[in-house]
Design a protein around this ligand. Structure first.
Ligand SMILES: NC(=O)c1ccc[n+]([C@@H]2O[C@H](COP(=O)([O-])OP(=O)(O)OC[C@H]3O[C@@H](n4cnc5c(N)ncnc54)[C@H](O)[C@@H]3O)[C@@H](O)[C@H]2O)c1
Length: 443
C-alpha cells in the first residue's frame, strides 16, 4: 500500500476541470472517481494500463528505496516477517558490548572511511548501524566487498538507503536511541562536479539538512561528528592551513558544498542545540581506498603500463598533498566521538545553554609532492611509470594542502603516526591481493 502512495498522489495532483470533482469528498473517492472518468473509453483505458504498468515496472526495478522501509522487502518470506528480521538485525547491531559503550549511526558506511570507522567502533565495543545508498559514483563491487569482508565480519549491519529518505531515517531513530551520528555519506571527489553537479547538492546539502532535521526532532538528539574537507581552504596560499583561516574561496563545487555544510551545521547548533563536530579530512588514503583518487588510479595505470598525467602548478610549481593514512583519520574520528558533548536540544528545541560546536583539521601535516608519490609507487610496484607532466587544469584541484593539526592535538589527542611510504606499502599490498583475488574469482 505504501508503494502505491506516490503514484496515487501523482494521480491526485493531475489538474481537474473546474466543478468536476467535489473537494469535500475523501481522496479515495477522488482516485476512484477520477480513474472511472479517465477510463471511460477503450482507448484511454489502454493508455491507463500502459501508464500504470510502466510506473509499476520502474518502481519494482528501482535499486534503492526512497519511500517507506517496507519497500525493502521483496523476499520470498512475508513482508512482515522480513520487516521484523530487519528490525532485529538493526537492534542487535546497535547494541554496545558494555553499558558505557556508544550507539553510533554511521552514514556512508560502505564508503572508504565509513567502512574502516564502523569496524573500529564495533571492535572496541560500540554499537554500530551503517547506512549507505551504495551509489555508483565508483565501482559498486568494491563497496560490496567492503561490506562482506569488513562490515559483515565485524557484525555491523548496513541499511541500504539514502540520507534524503526521511521516512527511513525516522524509522531508524524510532527503533534505536543513537548517542552519536558519524556522518560520512557525501558525494566526494572534486572533478566529478563538472559531470554531475547536482549529485553534490543532493547528498552534501539536501541530504545533510534532511539528516539534521530528523536528528533535531528526536527526544534526545545524538551528538554529530561529520566529515567536512580540507578543500574548504580553497585557493588559500598561507600554510599550514589553520581552522582560523578564511574559507571563502572554494575551487570546486565539492568544496563549496562542504563549506555550506559547515554553515548549515552552525545554524542547527545555534538554533536547535545540536552538538556538532566538523572534521576537515586531508587526502585520506590506504587499503580499501577510493578508486577516483590519484594514488589509487596511478597504481592501476602504472601496473597496466598506461601513461599517467602528473599535474604541476603555474610556473612549474609543485603540486603537493598532505596525505593522511586511514588509520590515523579513524583514530581522529573515534576521539571526536569520545570527546563530543551531548546535544542540548530536545524535540527540535534548544533547552539549556550552548551546544558544542567544533571544526578540526585531520591531516598529517607533512605534504608530499605528486612526483614523490609516483616515485614511491614505482618503487613499491617495481614498475617504472610512463609519466606526462601537465599543467593542472582549473577543474577543482588546488596546488597544495597542508594541515595545521595543533587544535586536533589539543582537542582530540590526535597524533598521526603513519608516513606516506609506510602507508602506501600497506595500500599496495592490499591492492595486489584484492585485485588478484577478484581476477581469480572471475575466471
Ligand atoms: N577520502 C578523502 O580523502 C576525504 C577528504 C576530505 C573529505 N572527505 C569526506 O569524508 C567522507 C567519506 O569519504 P570517503 O572517502 O569514504 O568517500 P566514499 O565515497 O568512499 O564514501 C561515501 C559513501 O557515502 C555513500 N553516499 C553518498 N551519498 C549518499 C546518500 N545520499 N545517502 C546515503 N549514502 C550516500 C556512498 O555510497 C559512499 O559509500 C565524505 O563526506 C567525504 O566528502 C574524504
Amino acid at each position: 500500500m505504501t508503494a502505491l502512495k506516490p503514484i496515487l498522489n501523482h494521480i491526485d495532483n493531475i489538474p481537474s476541470n473546474a466543478g468536476k470533482f467535489k473537494p469535500e469528498k475523501s481522496s479515495v473517492y477522488y482516485i476512484h472517481h477520477r480513474l472511472r472518468f479517465q477510463t471511460s473509453s477503450p482507448k484511454s483505458l489502454l493508455w491507463w494500463i500502459v501508464f500504470l504498468s510502466l510506473i509499476l515496472m520502474l518502481f519494482f526495478l528501482s535499486p534503492t528505496s526512497t519511500t517507506a522501509p517496507l519497500r525493502r522487502f521483496r523476499t520470498t518470506t512475508s513482508p512482515s516477517s522480513a520487516l521484523s528480521k530487519w528490525k532485529t538485525e538493526i537492534e542487535l547491531s546497535a547494541k554496545p558490548r558494555s553499558r558505557r559503550g556508544h550507539t553510533v549511526l554511521v552514514t556512508g558506511a560502505v564508503g572508504f572511511v565509513g567502512a574502516h570507522a564502523s569496524v573500529a567502533l564495533k571492535r572496541r565495543g560500540d554499537g554500530v548501524v551503517g547506512l549507505d545508498n551504495f551509489n555508483r559514483y565508483y565501482d559498486v563491487a568494491l563497496k560490496n566487498s567492503r561490506k562482506s569482508e569488513l562490515l559483515d565480519r565485524a557484525g555491523v549491519f548496513v541499511v541500504k538507503g539514502d540520507i534524503n529518505d526521511d521516512v527511513l531515517l525516522r524509522e531508524l531513530f524510532g527503533l534505536v536511541h543513537f548517542t552519536h551520528v558519524l556522518h560520512l555519506a557525501a558525494q566526494a571527489g572534486v572533478r566529478y562536479a563538472m559531470v554531475n553537479p547536482n549529485s553534490y547538492i543532493k547528498s552534501n546539502i539536501d541530504g545533510f539538512v534532511n539528516l539534521l532535521e530528523v536528528v533535531k526532532s528526536t527526544i534526545a538528539p545524538p551528538a554529530i561528528v561529520w566529515a567536512s574537507s580540507s578543500s574548504v581552504y580553497g585557493l588559500n596560499s598561507k600554510v599550514p592551513f589553520s581552522e582560523k583561516d578564511r574559507t571563502d574561496q572554494p575551487a570546486s563545487l565539492y568544496a563549496a558544498t562542504k563549506k555550506a555544510g559547515e554553515a548549515i551545521a552552525h545554524a542547527y547548533n545555534h538554533i536547535h542545540g545540536l552538538s556538532i563536530t566538523g572534521l576537515r579530512f586531508f587526502t585520506v588514503y590506504g587499503p580499501w581506498g577510493r578508486p577516483d583518487m590519484a594514488y589509487f588510479f596511478f597504481t592501476k595505470d602504472i601496473l597496466n603500463r598506461k601513461q599517467i598525467s602528473i599535474f604541476e602548478g603555474a610556473n612549474h610549481g609543485t603540486v603537493a598533498r598532505d596525505f593522511t593514512y586511514i588509520d590515523d583519520v579513524v583514530k581522529g574520528c573515534l576521539s571526536a566521538i569520545d570527546s563530543a558533548k551531548k546535544s542540548v536540544g530536545r524535540n527540535g528545541r534548544k533547552k539549556k545553554g550552548e551546544a558544542q560546536f567544533r571544526i578540526i583539521n585531520l591531516g598529517n601535516t607533512s605534504p608530499v609532492s605528486v612526483h614523490k608519490l609516483v616515485m614511491t609507487l614505482e618503487k613499491l610496484l617495481k614498475v617504472k611509470a610512463k609519466k606526462k607532466v601537465v599543467l593542472m587544469p582549473r577543474n577543482g584541484d588546488v596546488p597544495l594542502t597542508h594541515a595545521d593539526i595543533s587544535l586536533a592535538r589539543m582537542e582530540l589527542g590526535y597524533k598521526p603516526t603513519v608516513d606516506l611510504e609506510m602507508g602506501l606499502k600497506k595500500f599496495v599490498q592490499w591492492y595486489l591481493e584484492y585485485y588478484d583475488a577478484r581476477k581469480k574469482s572471475s575466471w
